[in-house]
Design a binder for this molecule. Structure first.
Ligand code: AKB
Length: 311
């Protein structure tokens, strides 16, 4: 087994690479990113996802058998340069899918997102199969990406597996470029400064998930027998849903002097176009998904992990 992770220095990439190294052994995981990592924790190669020739070389040099394709520009940064976001997110994926078929790669993981939903989607307990009309270029690229994954599975029998990640919160890494980033930043600000200014309004409820749940969902999906994976576009997965005022009040139980104020910016409009909670019954039925962390449990774990780090 030889696993390539693209976008390995990102928020999920950092934690997922470590989880894959723990599970399959360091020598079997090749991390890649467009920038060098701040800390080298295993095997690493520089890789620009728009350089198809270089992806091919890495796949051949390391005899790659599985790809976790995380390289992408997220929702908020994506709006700064829509053509570049489309290019990186969609053409990067197309190169991976094409090279995976040519090289008979065994499995490909593609992270989709709740950003595929839009104002036409039911907001509460969003069902698995709904019309997708996203309002960000990130959401458009991921919705199209889901369709391409479905197409490659159908036409070329590629074993490609996708999850629609909610906002992900973990102590391992900082978030960057997304709309749900506030739910990570708030912990760091609470513990370092006792105060946070939130860029979303107090009652903006979004689907979220603790990193440990997200990593387990990813690995369980990838290890499930192929016949259980009846959808080759993104599976809905749910962790917990909350608003900034709800998470702030939960943090206040552990950091008594914590205070929060609100200065919504352009990310408010993006968040308002997404849904509030997710129906993940299809993932539960097909491959046995169940989340373990609710808001109180996640908050307690985040605070104890970050406290250890800051101390
Ligand atoms: C973002 O906020 O852009 C991401 C996501 C929900 O996909 N965290």
């Amino acid at each position: 087994m030889s696993i390539l992770v693209t976008g390995a220095n990102g928020q999920v990439g950092t934690a997922l690479s470590a989880a894959l190294r723990d599970r399959y052994g360091s020598d079997h995981v090749i991390c890649s990113d467009i920038k060098p990592p701040t800390e080298v924790a295993g095997r690493f190669v520089m890789l620009d996802i728009l350089n198809t020739q270089r992806i091919a070389e890495v796949l051949d040099d390391y005899q790659v058998t599985e790809i976790y394709h995380l390289a992408a520009i997220l929702s908020a940064h994506g709006e700064w340069n829509p053509p570049k976001t489309w290019n990186v997110n969609l053409n990067g994926l197309l190169s991976i899918l094409e090279l995976a078929v040519e090289r008979d790669i065994k499995k490909v993981f593609f992270p989709s997102t709740i950003a595929v939903f839009g104002n036409t989607t039911p907001r509460i307990d969003t069902p698995q199969a709904v019309p997708l009309l996203p309002e960000t270029v990130y959401g458009m690229s991921k919705a199209s990406g889901e369709n391409w994954c479905h197409y490659y599975a159908l036409k070329y029998n590629l074993d490609v597996r996708c999850l629609r990640y909610p906002g992900i919160i973990g102590p391992e890494s900082l978030a960057g470029g997304g709309t749900t980033d506030y739910a990570v930043d708030i912990f760091h600000h609470a513990l370092q400064h006792g105060h946070y200014t939130c860029f979303l309004s107090p009652d903006t409820r979004l689907p979220m998930m603790y990193m440990e749940d997200a990593l387990r969902a990813t690995i369980e999906l990838m290890e499930a027998p192929s016949e259980q994976i009846q959808l080759r576009y993104g599976y809905n997965i749910s962790g917990c849903s909350f608003s900034p005022e709800e998470i702030a009040s939960e943090i206040g139980k552990h950091v008594p002097d914590f205070s929060i104020d609100y200065a919504p910016d352009f990310r408010q409009e993006i968040a308002a176009s997404w849904t509030q909670s997710i129906d993940d019954s299809t993932a539960r039925a097909h491959w046995g998904w169940t989340p373990a962390f609710d808001l109180p449990k996640m908050t307690e774990k985040m605070i104890s992990e970050l406290n250890n780090r800051y101390v």
